[in-house]
Design a protein around this ligand. Structure first.
Ligand SMILES: Cc1cc2nc3c(=O)[nH]c(=O)nc-3n(C[C@H](O)[C@H](O)[C@H](O)COP(=O)(O)OP(=O)(O)OC[C@H]3O[C@@H](n4cnc5c(N)ncnc54)[C@H](O)[C@@H]3O)c2cc1C
Ligand code: SF4
Ligand code: SF4
Length: 362
């Protein structure tokens, strides 16, 4: 019998709607019984006549668990691909159920080893909201109290932001500029379907709103020796921390040999081209390549400093031959893009020590 204790909905999804249970490869099984006795959820029983395990209560199996397969000495147990579970975790309702559960059971789940967070919490006022593409807004935040700012942050870092009065956790956004004297910072926020924070940011946030921010956070900062050539790679709003690093370099080392490859799905989504043009015009050895898989209705950049290709960032890297000399790499964007690039760099034998990555989470 399925045990109600084990067959509760998984982060809001009815357990019977999730295909996750072991399958025994009978021919490979040596009948040792490790899986039967090792599973505390009584998924298995043992057929003493045949000396084989039998999956009796598959719904008792814990979603995502593969312990019995890992400990089977004959490797006779298989599961559906883990990607099926990772895809469920990408659903807004699952992500939100996890977040709500964390907050509802905060008293029980809080770590007894919690230490006061060393970073600063600062009140910032929304001083500008500018749609820069159909899917991205550029938001400027200014300290509420002059001098109460993240003035000492390093280019490439990010902050955590709280939506005023929200019941969900904070969200992270990269600072898209190098430090400025007045303490103001800009963020590039991309619209996310069914997103909690971004729904508020796109539909309700207005100039004058005050937000709590924590930071500066993260270690995606310049680590390279001053004479090392650099390759920046950005996917989508991964441009934000890369812009900050570029601004820093153009200010302090304008002669440096630098490449930026920026990828988007649709060419119409590129934004901040005026800023890139300005930076490139001040840095004679900076070359910018825009890579878009869909170039429909793209008229091409209006500047000699910007080049573009049809394809993704990996195609652009092939064409540009930018890796033919040794560069340090600074890569920011969605995790799927980062994984693909990491595989490509491994294949090319690029040392991981040269590679710095900033993953935008989920
Ligand atoms: C270090 C760091 C820096 C970041 N910097 C930026 C930045 O500069 N600009 C920016 O726009 N975002 C950035 N992000 C992502 C950002 O923190 C939020 O995750 C994003 O804005 C979605 O929040 P939400 O509350 O609207 O969505 P949620 O309600 O948290 O999620 C809704 C749905 O969208 C999916 N989802 C959530 N985030 C993303 C995402 N980034 N890409 C694709 N799907 C997603 C979830 O899986 C879920 O299905 C950064 C993340 C990290 C960890
Ligand atoms: S994966 Fe875990 S819960 Fe599922 S049958 Fe194996 S040991 Fe039991
Ligand atoms: S642990 Fe593996 S070999 Fe042992 S009974 Fe289970 S399936 Fe068969």
């Amino acid at each position: 019998m399925p045990n109600p204790q084990f067959t509760k909905p998984w982060h809001g999804i009815p357990r019977e709607n999730i295909e996750w249970n072991p399958t025994i490869i009978e021919d490979a099984c040596i009948g040792c019984g490790t899986c039967v006795t090792g599973c505390s959820r009584l998924v298995y029983r043992f057929d003493f006549e045949r000396k084989k395990p039998v999956v009796i209560d598959p719904l008792n199996c814990m979603v995502g668990c593969t312990t019995c397969a890992n400990t089977c000495p004959a490797q006779a147990i298989v599961f559906p691909p883990l990607e099926s579970i990772l895809a469920l975790e990408g659903l807004p309702e699952v992500r939100h159920a996890v977040e709500d559960d964390l907050l509802n059971r905060r008293d029980i789940l809080v770590s007894p080893l919690s230490i006061p967070h060393p970073d600063r919490i600062v009140s910032l006022s929304v001083s500008g909201i500018e749609p820069v593409s159909p899917e991205v807004i550029r938001v400027t935040l200014t300290p509420v109290e002059a001098g109460e700012c993240f003035c000492e942050f390093s280019a490439g870092q990010y902050i955590e932001l709280w939506q005023p009065g929200s019941s969900h956790l904070s969200r992270s956004y990269s600072i898209a500029n190098a430090p400025h004297g007045d303490g103001s910072i800009t963020l590039h926020i991309r619209r996310v379907e069914s997103g909690r924070f971004t729904a508020w940011a796109f539909n309700e946030m207005k100039v004058g709103d005050q937000l709590q921010a924590r930071g500066p956070l993260g270690s995606f900062t310049m680590r390279s020796a001053p004479d090392t050539p650099l390759l920046f790679i950005a996917g989508g709003t991964g441009l934000a921390p890369v812009l900050a690093l570029l601004e820093q370099q153009v200010t302090f080392s304008p002669e440096r040999d630098m490449r930026l490859v920026w990828g988007m799905k649709h060419a119409a989504d590129f934004y901040a081209l005026d800023t890139l043009h300005l930076l490139a015009s001040r840095a004679p050895n900076l070359k910018v390549v825009l890579a878009a898989e869909d170039l429909t209705s793209f008229e091409g950049p209006t500047s000699k400093h910007l080049d573009w290709i049809e394809g993704n960032v990996l195609d652009a890297m092939e064409e540009d031959n930018a890796l033919s000399i040794l560069r340090d790499l600074y890569i920011a964007g969605p995790p799927a893009m980062l994984r693909e690039i990491a595989r490509d760099l491994d294949r090319r034998g690029v040392s991981r020590e040269r590679v710095h990555m900033d993953s935008f989470g989920v």
